[in-house]
Design a protein around this ligand. Structure first.
Ligand SMILES: [Zn+2]
Length: 320
């Protein structure tokens, strides 16, 4: 069997295996629709010692100092006790790095075990009430891949999601993030038709849910690697300056109980790796005002569906 697989891998062009691998991976990843406790995964790439993978800082930076723009996908969670979304909201409000951090929550408004429940909808209202920016991730019962949805179905779900968030928050959402980072120029056109701009990410905690795994040994090395890559674009002046800072987008999953228990540590890590990479941070390294947060996020959205964008790890290989 092993011999057969090895033969197959060496004789079939790798590109032709992508659809098969995509199906296998998507079936393994519960990503958002799972009912089991949240879990954390770490990419193979982060198993490499960080010191070996991180390029040395370049010459003196000319770009505006960095501000971390925190985003959370897949929520809200609907657990009745130890709710991870609640714990994340509490940590953002009170932590040793910067109290009162405001974040973007890419919600799933019809998730059967989350945003589609009364408890989930109450948490969407709480996110809004506490000054965060509520955005759209999906409006389907499961974590549906927009790339595989018929256009009319995707359009209908965007209309549903925008309506859901308008009903809960009183304002229409302006941001969307595609599940599995899977989009095309056509899906982007549909987002735009519903007043939604698409935000991807620079750094990822790689904490999407995978069954059977609920820890991460690579929190720091992973963030160090991603920030080192982003630093190159920042130093080259490729990232926009907004309100005197360079927004750098960081992605977590608020349904992940591991993330919820370790968010304060993640905040420390972000500040620490910026220091190690000689990346200057704004006086307030995280956003603390919704209007400023939204301006920063909108400046980082993707306007051209044809332009190649860097996606986190595995997804970059899969979709390009
Ligand atoms: Zn997701």
């Amino acid at each position: 069997m092993a011999l057969h697989l090895a033969t197959t891998l060496t004789t079939v062009p790798l590109l032709r295996l992508r659809p098969l691998i995509a199906v296998l991976m998507l079936s393994l990843l519960t990503a958002c629709a799972g009912t089991r406790p949240a879990a954390s995964a770490t990419p193979a790439a982060s198993a490499t010692p960080a010191s070996a993978a991180v390029p040395a800082p370049a010459s003196a930076p000319a770009s505006a100092p960095v501000r971390f723009l925190l985003t959370f996908d897949d929520g809200p969670a609907s657990a009745t006790s130890a709710n991870p979304t609640v714990r994340i909201l509490e940590t953002l409000a009170r932590n040793q790095q910067q109290p009162g951090i405001k974040a973007v929550f890419f919600t799933q408004t019809r998730a059967a075990n989350g945003g589609g429940t009364p408890r989930g909808r109450a948490l969407i209202r709480r996110e809004q009430a506490e000054g965060h920016l509520v955005a759209l991730h999906s409006a389907t019962p499961r974590h549906a891949n927009h790339r595989f949805m018929p256009p009319a179905e995707l359009a209908a779900s965007m209309e549903t999601g925008v309506g859901d968030l308008l009903a809960e928050t009183g304002v229409p959402p302006t941001l969307v993030r595609p599940p599995f980072w899977a989009y095309t120029a056509d899906t982007l056109d549909i987002y735009h038709a519903y007043g939604l701009q698409m935000l991807l990410t620079d750094l990822s905690a790689n904490d999407g849910k995978i069954y059977g795994v609920n820890w991460s040994w690579h929190k720091r090395s992973n963030m160090l690697k991603h920030l080192a890559e982003t630093r190159l674009r920042w130093a080259a002046g490729e990232l926009p300056e907004v309100d005197g800072a360079t927004p750098v987008v960081v992605t977590f999953h608020d349904v992940n109980s591991y993330t919820s228990r370790h968010l304060a540590e993640y905040l420390d890590i972000l500040v620490d790796v910026a220091r190690e990479l000689d990346v200057p941070l704004a006086a307030q390294p995280f956003y603390d005002n919704r209007e400023q947060l939204e301006r920063a996020a909108l400046a980082r959205t993707v306007a051209d569906g044809q332009a190649r964008q860097q996606l986190p790890g595995f997804w970059n290989w899969l979709w390009h």
